[in-house]
Design a protein around this ligand. Structure first.
Ligand code: ATP
Length: 360
């Protein structure tokens, strides 16, 4: 039995299809990310999980029960949003105690739970402070304390760190992750920030245009994007248009690049064997492209010329023109390279990915 299941949920606003047929299973104890560009439907999906929005079709199950029509207060989930939504006229204690009061807890139990929630977010003894006297980071921690005080089985976060400055965001991020793990909670975390999702989440679904494009562990998504939209959204990628040549259904495919006419070999899984003589996209990360000023006879080694070198501190990006095929390589040291210099570019076959939706 899955902890939380979204079974083909959809939601439209007028003619805008905000969420389209989303299927998803979140496991107990998991820190799960919903990642995607602005307007892709992340918030609407989270609001449907919270019960603040109803799906037009599909159902939501939580611990084996259908909760699609259950009002938010009966789901008992903890929620933390971008703008904290603290009550400015209440002090820290009353903000954190808010959900407990609604649940008719005794005074003693309330005092104990608030104290322990404030302890967890490292604000012990802050109960009497007015919330408007706290810094942004402290207010956000109060919002987290309020969400965990009710000991929710599921925590929902919608870009909760986006109004914090960079250093505070990173600090709060690690604290949050540590806290959720320590308490053995399950979290669904919405963000458009790839780095944040990678740092926090056990698994991530990438959402584009209302649809879930791919779900996996951060490294898997980064290194083996299945779809062109995922490859383009998740950082820099060399996208290479190519045609499949060999017809044999072996584990290795032979491709010819449309620019430069290079032959490339890479492993292809049976289920994603590309059709012959139809353009597809291959992807490789700039940090996996190898550069050398020597001639190379290695497999997937292309001859090229260095077009440009962009220094960026710890790394440099070298732009290479391989007979019309433009590639970027990320290198730690670019001092052995010069503009206009001939070079070899090696595209290691286990780093090349065939994109599923890449039929161009
Ligand atoms: P962001 O990161 O910018 O918040 P998002 O990925 O969370 O974006 P949603 O807020 O879920 O995306 O919005 C998805 C689409 O649905 C957008 O086109 C948005 O304009 C539209 N939308 C969301 N809520 C409403 C609403 N209440 N009324 C009309 N349209 C809406």
């Amino acid at each position: 039995m899955s902890f939380l299941s979204l079974n083909g949920i959809s939601r439209s606003f007028g003619t805008t299809r905000a969420v389209a047929d989303v299927w998803l299973d979140v496991h107990q104890g998991e820190f799960f990310g919903l990642l995607g560009p602005s307007g892709c439907g992340k918030t609407t999906t989270l609001r449907m999980i919270a019960g603040l929005e109803k799906p037009d079709s599909g159902s939501i199950e939580f611990q084996g029960s259908d909760i699609t029509n259950l009002p938010p207060e009966r789901r008992g989930f903890g929620m933390v949003f971008q703008n904290y939504a603290l009550f400015p006229h209440l002090n820290v204690f009353d903000n954190v105690a808010f959900g407990l009061r609604a649940r008719h807890k005794t005074k003693a139990e309330m005092a104990e739970r608030v104290a322990s929630a404030l302890e967890l977010v490292q604000l012990p003894g802050y109960g009497k402070r007015p919330v408007d006297e706290l810094s942004g980071g402290q207010q956000q921690r109060v919002a987290i304390a309020r969400a965990i005080a009710i000991e929710p089985a599921l925590l929902l976060f919608d870009e909760p760190l986006s109004n914090l400055d960079v250093s505070l965001r990173e600090e709060t991020r690690s604290e949050l992750r540590e806290l959720v793990t320590r308490l053995g909670l399950t979290a669904v975390y919405v963000t458009h920030d790839q780095e944040e999702a990678f740092a926090l989440c056990d698994r991530i679904s990438v959402m584009v245009g209302g649809k879930l494009m791919q779900t996996g562990r951060p490294r898997e998504l980064y290194e083996q994007p299945a779809e062109i939209s995922v490859a383009s959204f998740l950082g820099r990628n060399n996208l290479i248009k190519a045609m499949r040549l060999s017809s044999s259904k072996t584990a290795e495919g032979e491709f010819k690049t449309l620019e430069g006419g290079h032959t490339l070999h890479l492993p292809v899984k049976h289920e994603d064997l590309a059709p012959l003589n139809k353009p597809v996209f291959l992807a490789i990360r700039p940090e996996h492209v190898q550069l050398s000023t020597n001639d190379h006879e290695a497999e997937n080694s292309l001859r090229g010329n260095i077009r440009e070198i962009v220094f960026a501190g710890a790394t440099s990006t070298v732009h290479v023109d391989a007979g019309g095929l433009l590639l970027e390589a990320l290198v730690l040291r670019a001092d052995g390279f010069e503009v206009d210099q001939p070079c070899s570019v090696i595209l290691p076959k286990d780093r090349l990915t065939l994109l599923k939706n890449g039929r161009g």
